[in-house]
Design a protein around this ligand. Structure first.
Ligand SMILES: C[S@@+](CC[C@H](N)C(=O)[O-])C[C@H]1O[C@@H](n2cnc3c(N)ncnc32)[C@H](O)[C@@H]1O
Length: 242
């Protein structure tokens, strides 16, 4: 498996570019060291997948500009909604290299990406994950999965927008991985900026999910005046805040 990291912008003010450029040469040694933890997380994910498809959150009904049709009573398994393994491993790398005080993610879904953030925080023995998930059927499963990996988390059952005041320390890294429409993401990004420190990384999942999401990422990557902009494959966009 190989993750293609593309640098779209790297200005003199950018503070995190070394983390992205070092990954190619340091990835193999890093993964060899951490592999038992990654294997444990993937075992937990497989066990969660054995629960089958579970009901989607009601907030997915009647969305405008959503790239997919969501029927009534739609259900998904963890394999269908999780961030891919290769990208998740990079998230653990980011934490180990940045040693953040605060990682924020929404949504948690069934806990896959969150477990990889937690693996990094556990290795650092510092920092907290603040994760949010409004699906009351999924959140307890994510909580159980997180607890299998580490203690450095606060998981809130509810939306990020309604609960962002619970974030205790300015965010160093935020993953926006909730409803993939331009309007939701841009509105959430405004809140993320207000709870982040300068130099923080903001990660946008599923930037090619739909024409609407492609527009969203183009707007953020090209119009926003950010010191650093990267892409992980065709799936994830990342900006460094000024
Ligand atoms: C694609 S899944 C996230 C996958 C997860 N990050 C992973 O890699 O395992 C999207 C999740 O976002 C949740 N969600 C939707 N809107 C949200 C919001 N406003 N705040 C927090 N979570 C939200 C959904 O219920 C769903 O579980």
């Amino acid at each position: 498996m190989s993750l293609v990291i593309r640098t779209l912008r790297d200005t003199r003010e950018c503070t995190n570019s070394g983390i992205f450029t070092a990954y190619g040469t340091q990835k193999a040694a890093f993964e060899a060291e951490i592999n038992p933890v990654f294997e444990k997380i993937e075992t937990v994910i497989s066990q969660t997948n054995a629960l089958g498809r579970l009901p989607l959150w009601e907030g997915y009904q009647d969305l405008k500009n959503y790239g997919r049709k969501i029927g009534k009573n739609a259900k998904r398994s963890i394999f269908q909604v999780r961030t891919g393994e290769e990208i998740c491993r990079f998230y653990t790398w980011l934490v180990v290299k940045m040693r953040p005080k605060s990682v924020v993610e929404f949504g948690a879904a069934l806990g896959a990406s969150g477990m990889y953030w937690l693996a990094g925080l556990t290795i650092c023995d510092s920092g907290m994950l603040h994760s949010f998930e409004p699906n009351s059927a999924w959140c307890p499963i994510a909580r159980r999965n997180f607890a299998a990996i580490g203690e450095r988390f606060v998981l809130t059952e509810g939306t990020f927008e309604a609960n962002s005041s619970l974030i205790e320390s300015e965010a160093d890294i935020t993953l926006i991985d909730a409803i993939h429409t331009r309007q939701f993401v841009l509105d959430q990004f405004e809140i993320v900026k207000s709870v982040s420190r300068p130099g923080a990384l903001v990660i946008f999942d599923d930037i090619n999910f739909s024409p609407d999401m492609k527009d969203c990422w183009q707007e953020i990557a090209n119009v926003g005046d950010f010191p650093g902009v990267w892409q992980l494959g065709n799936r994830v966009g990342i900006v460094e805040l000024s």
